[in-house]
Design a protein around this ligand. Structure first.
Ligand code: HEC
Ligand code: HEC
Ligand code: HEC
Ligand code: HEC
Ligand code: HEC
Length: 456
């Protein structure tokens, strides 16, 4: 009680001094400009226009997910079949659901109406995260950046970072170092939902990791520098920032992200004896956690199987470590995602199988929970995050797999293989919502094998 009183006595004059200082120096926090429906489609230029002089970058961008952030099948399904109906049932969700467009269809977000025309109507919403969206960004309006905190004014001035360049006949160029920062990307790659939960935190993960200290930024891995002439009337630069933006949808980017090594504790064993296989997983490739971004959808899982000399395959379960929430990191037979009942308008909806992969495998993921404590893929309906069992940048995780050799195992060489696979969207959800198969196809990350001798 006494301590609290002293604290308040000290705090009150402190605040008065602070307020006085701020009003003297005029250092008030800048007011945030709300861009929702502030402009109109006609204020913006289409990416097709940029293509006339920047054809190479245009084709690179067209192959990236950011050019499809509004039109891609899973985005359309989740927005129109889950988020929009959910906001109809719960009006308090209307504003956050309009906000989906702040990152997925910024031109539509800044123009209205809500929801924007569907992709089949071919409006400017379909431009998704276009040239114009990024190259009009002047700054982030919040620190840290999150929830489409970019500041944009339409016009002929395009912003970028190169200090010396050729003049463009089509637009003015304003040089700003902001394009070299990760905050630029963080405007959309960090997201806080209506419950105040960080449902996306790729830029924050990067900031906590080793690459931030070394100055290796998003651009260095997703927009690598190469020799390229990026404008028809321009110069060939040795260090042009290629607009690849390749990520989790590119099997080649995902492949090899994690390196695996597996070894046994003994090299010879008899049936009935126990062998412990240890797998080390080293994240050598991502600048953030793996998986990152849409973590509510994504899983990576480690499967270990032994094949005896007669070709019979034995699946080995991962050893439990005993941490809180571990049940969400080992595949099993559970139902989840019951909260889709509301947007789907199916009060009897019992939920779906949680993982859609063989039981007993280790899953690297972070579960999201709805207000009733059930696992959800609806990030806007997430009231709590579960255990964060993902693999951080340059982190190594060690897993054990204990195998008691069955009495009917064939003598001779026993080959044991560890495989890490990845999926953008858990299969039961993809199948139920009729999301085309490429979103739930199994992407191979890496594997490694070892062997022991089974004695007769
Ligand atoms: C205006 C918002 C916005 C900005 C700014 C932005 N992104 Fe994105 N980005 C998105 C959205 C939305 C998606 C999701 C696309 C989809 O629906 O699959 C995405 C997806 C991606 C992907 C994933 C591709 C995949 O295959 O899964 C990568 C990589 C990426 N962005 C990199 C970047 C980098 C690097 C920057 C900064 C230079 C950046 N983004 C800036 C909105 C943005
Ligand atoms: C050291 C290289 C590196 C850096 C730095 C890096 N990334 Fe990545 N990123 C990767 C690799 C490799 C993948 C593919 C594996 C994966 O999906 O995580 C990836 C995947 C992604 C994805 C798709 C992830 C998913 O699971 O859907 C997004 C989005 C992304 N990066 C955005 C960013 C942003 C934003 C930054 C900066 C804050 C950044 N990256 C920094 C290497 C990097
Ligand atoms: C009539 C041709 C033309 C059109 C159309 C055009 N640009 Fe350019 N742009 C150029 C030229 C030329 C340069 C300078 C190239 C150089 O330095 O080699 C340039 C440079 C740029 C730069 C700056 C790169 C730097 O050097 O810092 C950006 C950003 C840019 N353009 C974006 C756009 C966007 C976005 C659009 C579409 C809205 C667009 N451009 C349309 C010709 C064009
Ligand atoms: C997700 C945001 C994003 C999108 C979309 C995007 N750019 Fe860029 N662009 C950047 C960033 C960031 C840089 C500067 C990177 C750096 O210097 O580190 C850049 C650089 C450039 C440059 C100068 C390259 C250099 O090496 O200096 C040109 C030209 C350009 N962009 C044109 C385009 C065109 C044309 C499109 C559409 C086809 C486009 N951009 C789409 C973010 C984007
Ligand atoms: C703060 C920006 C932001 C907001 C707001 C946002 N998203 Fe996203 N969304 C992203 C980014 C960035 C990615 C890509 C992350 C990754 O690749 O893992 C993404 C990915 C997705 C994906 C997965 C795409 C795929 O192909 O795997 C879906 C679906 C999606 N968002 C739907 C929505 C819906 C629906 C809303 C609104 C309720 C919403 N998003 C709000 C930024 C945002």
């Amino acid at each position: 009680m006494k301590k609290q009183l002293i604290f308040i006595l000290l705090l009150v004059p402190g605040i008065i001094v602070l307020v006085a200082m701020c009003s003297l120096s005029g250092a008030r926090p800048e007011e945030q400009v709300d861009l929702k429906a502030k402009y109109a489609f006609k204020d913006f230029e289409s990416a097709k226009k940029c293509r006339t002089c920047h054809p190479g970058f245009y084709e690179q961008w067209t192959q990236s997910m950011m050019s499809q952030a509004y039109t891609h099948h899973w985005d359309e399904i989740e927005y129109f079949d889950l988020a929009v109906p959910h906001a109809k049932a719960k009006p308090e969700l209307a504003d956050p659901v309009d906000g989906c467009n702040g990152c997925h269809a910024p031109l539509a977000f800044m123009s209205g109406p809500f929801p924007p025309p569907r992709p089949s109507e071919k409006s400017m919403a379909n431009e998704s995260v276009s040239c114009e969206v990024c190259h009009l960004v002047q700054k982030a309006q919040t620190d840290p950046p999150y929830n489409f905190s970019y500041y944009i004014q339409p016009g002929m001035t395009k912003y970028s970072s190169r200090k010396e360049h050729v003049e463009s006949p089509a637009h003015k160029i304003q040089t700003t170092d902001f394009f070299r920062t990760t905050e630029f990307c963080g405007n959309c790659h960090n997201e806080k939902n209506p419950f105040g939960i960080w449902v996306k935190s790729t830029q924050l993960e990067w900031k906590e990791g080793p690459y931030a200290d070394e100055g290796v930024r998003c651009q260095d891995c997703h927009m690598p520098r190469g020799g390229y002439q990026y404008a028809l009337m321009g110069k060939a630069y040795k260090d042009a920032r290629l607009h690849l933006f390749h990520g989790a949808h590119d099997p080649g980017k995902v492949r090899g992200t994690i390196e695996l090594r597996i070894q046994p504790d003994i090299r010879e064993a008899e049936p009935g004896e126990t062998v412990v296989f240890t797998v080390a997983l080293f994240n050598q490739k991502t600048g953030h956690k793996f998986p990152t971004g849409s973590v509510e959808d994504r899983i990576a899982w480690l499967q270990v199987e032994a094949t005896d000399s007669k070709g019979k395959v034995w699946h080995i379960n991962v050893d439990k470590k005993g941490f809180e929430g571990e049940e969400y990191t080992i595949s099993g037979d559970y139902l989840a995602y019951q909260d889709m009942a509301v947007p789907l308008g199916q009060p009897d909806f019992k939920g779906l199988q949680r993982d859609g992969i063989p039981s007993g495998n280790r899953i690297f993921r972070m579960p999201y929970f709805d207000p009733e404590g059930r696992m959800t893929i609806m990030q806007w309906n997430t009231a709590k995050l579960g255990v964060d069992y993902r693999i951080g940048p340059r982190e190594t995780i060690v897993e054990n797999f204990t195998f008691r050799l069955p009495f009917d195992i064939a003598p001779g060489e026993l080959k044991v293989r560890a495989v890490l696979n990845y999926q953008l969207l858990v299969k039961p959800v993809a199948d139920y919502l009729k999301v085309p198969a490429d979103e739930s196809e199994i992407k191979f990350v890496n594997d490694h094998s070892t062997s022991i001798k089974v004695l007769p």
